[in-house]
Design a protein around this ligand. Structure first.
Ligand code: HEC
Length: 130
């Protein structure tokens, strides 16, 4: 009994340690990204070209800001795109951390994501819908 328990603990420890040490543990986690996207999906579709309260995010990674022709953007977002804002990973990361700081005057009413893993994983999720 005691021996079994110790062996189980040892195994669990080895497993935990290997999870911490393998680089995969830091790679983007699509399942987590999908869960994070639930906080976006009330306003955004990602798997179709349909606009909701916000523009479709299908293919958003690499896209010029404010460029879905069928969506009525705020002037702020249209200006940001005209001034060369492209939604690469760095720009998305800043926008998702603080939409209002990245694009002052944006119509996206969202407080922002707080942790880098939420941001990285939701961007990886967006990238999986080119
Ligand atoms: C309350 C509704 C709402 C929520 C929630 C929301 N958005 Fe938005 N989003 C908008 C609106 C509206 C716009 C258009 C903003 C503008 O025109 O200024 C927008 C714009 C964007 C853009 C720019 C798109 C483009 O074509 O330039 C990105 C990227 C984006 N949202 C990502 C997200 C992500 C990722 C989440 C979840 C973490 C999210 N949004 C949550 C409403 C929302």
């Amino acid at each position: 009994m005691g021996v079994d328990l110790r062996r189980t603990c040892g195994l669990a420890f080895a497993l935990a340690a290997s999870m911490l040490l393998t680089p995969q543990a830091q790679a983007a986690d699509l399942a987590h990204g999908k869960r994070v996207f639930q906080s976006c999906s009330s306003c955004h579709a990602v798997d179709s070209d349909a606009n909701r309260f916000g523009p479709t995010l299908k293919g958003v990674v690499g896209r010029t800001a404010g460029s879905v022709p069928t969506f009525r953007y705020s002037q702020a977002m249209k200006d940001a795109g005209a001034n060369g804002l492209i939604w690469d990973e760095a720009a998305l990361s800043e926008f998702l951390y603080s939409p209002k700081r990245k694009v002052p005057g944006t119509a996206m009413r969202f407080w922002g994501l707080w942790t880098q893993s939420e941001i990285d994983d939701v961007i990886a999720y967006l990238k999986s819908f080119p």
